[in-house]
Design a protein around this ligand. Structure first.
Ligand SMILES: Cc1cc2nc3c(=O)[nH]c(=O)nc-3n(C[C@H](O)[C@H](O)[C@H](O)COP(=O)(O)OP(=O)(O)OC[C@H]3O[C@@H](n4cnc5c(N)ncnc54)[C@H](O)[C@@H]3O)c2cc1C
Length: 270
């Protein structure tokens, strides 16, 4: 085997797992496509001691920490993962590597419609905990869910619910209005819960079982990140749609601890 652990995805979950495993002197490869979910946002909130930090800056520091302990990180896409007698073969764009176990930390995709993509993570967002404070007491428009209105009112009394979003108006690079049907609603921000899709195709191909969540079926893990497939682990948004950054990082660390213990009990080759 080339590595003891191959981690697919180098966001908060994957890098946090890599940090713990490299400090435990495991040989680790992180394969990362470099597209963390919160990339469109300039600032990250609710991460204790790093509130307001740039999401990409956080990952830059995380990468340096992992590399400082001898972890390898490559920027590449994983094309397939297949089971071998004593581990897994992970096919990248450029080469194939092998690992005794695999951790998926591949996150999810927010399926934001084209119309809203340009402003996503700026003044169009789904998570009021992440962005609400920055638009407190402003004009907020909520698309869709009535029950989200009560939540969003914690940040502003000026909240309008709309049944559709047909267009937006932007001036000086700021959202100014949302068009819904034949009505124009002045707006400083739009709260839009985009459907989400886990990046789980390789997990499913390996036979990982799913369970129903608030956002549809996601790969099921135990609380230590073990999937239903021996040797295959998952952490962060690929298995938990509600995990914010600090939770995804914690899940990565949790999975790393379990991986280390499982590797101890698995026979080593050679
Ligand atoms: C606009 C926006 C703003 C947000 N703001 C906040 C905030 O302020 N605070 C907060 O706590 N949370 C915030 N979140 C949520 C946050 O993005 C997630 O909690 C976090 O990204 C989950 O981390 P993760 O490691 O599970 O996945 P990600 O950060 O998405 O990382 C997954 C990584 O895996 C890689 N990958 C996927 N598939 C492959 C493959 N096949 N091969 C190789 N690499 C692959 C991706 O390129 C990516 O780099 C926000 C979300 C959005 C959409």
């Amino acid at each position: 085997m080339d590595y003891e652990v191959v981690i697919i995805g180098g966001g908060a979950a994957g890098l946090s797992a890599a940090l713990m495993l490299t400090r435990a002197r495991r040989s680790v490869l992180v394969v990362d496509g470099g597209k963390p979910r919160n990339e469109p946002a300039a600032h990250m909130h609710n991460y204790l001691s790093r509130d307001g930090f740039s999401p990409l800056e956080l990952l830059k520091h995380g990468r340096a920490e992992v590399e400082g302990y001898g972890g390898e990180i490559v920027t590449a896409e994983v094309r397939s993962v297949s089971r071998l007698a004593d581990g897994f073969a992970v096919e990248l764009d450029t080469r194939t590597v092998t690992g005794r176990v695999v951790l998926f930390a591949t996150g999810l995709v927010d399926e934001v419609p084209e119309l809203l993509r340009e402003r996503w993570g700026r003044d169009v967002f789904g998570c009021p905990y992440c962005h609400g404070y920055e638009v407190r007491d402003q004009k907020l428009v909520v698309f869709g869910e009535e029950k989200k209105v009560a939540l969003v009112r914690q940040w502003s009394a000026d909240v309008t619910l709309v049944p559709s979003v047909d267009d937006t108006e932007v001036a000086d690079d700021r959202l100014v209005a949302v068009i819904s049907g034949d009505r124009r609603h002045p707006a400083d921000a739009l709260v839009y819960s985009a459907p989400v899709k886990p990046r789980d195709e390789h997990l499913l191909a390996l036979g990982a079982e799913t369970e129903e969540t608030i956002a549809g079926p996601f790969v099921r893990t135990d609380k230590f990140g073990r999937t239903s497939v021996p040797g295959v682990y998952a952490a962060g948004n690929v298995t938990d749609p509600s995990a914010i950054v600090i939770v995804a990082a914690a899940q990565g660390a949790q999975a790393a601890g379990m991986i280390n213990m499982d590797l101890l009990s698995a026979p080593r080759e050679g």
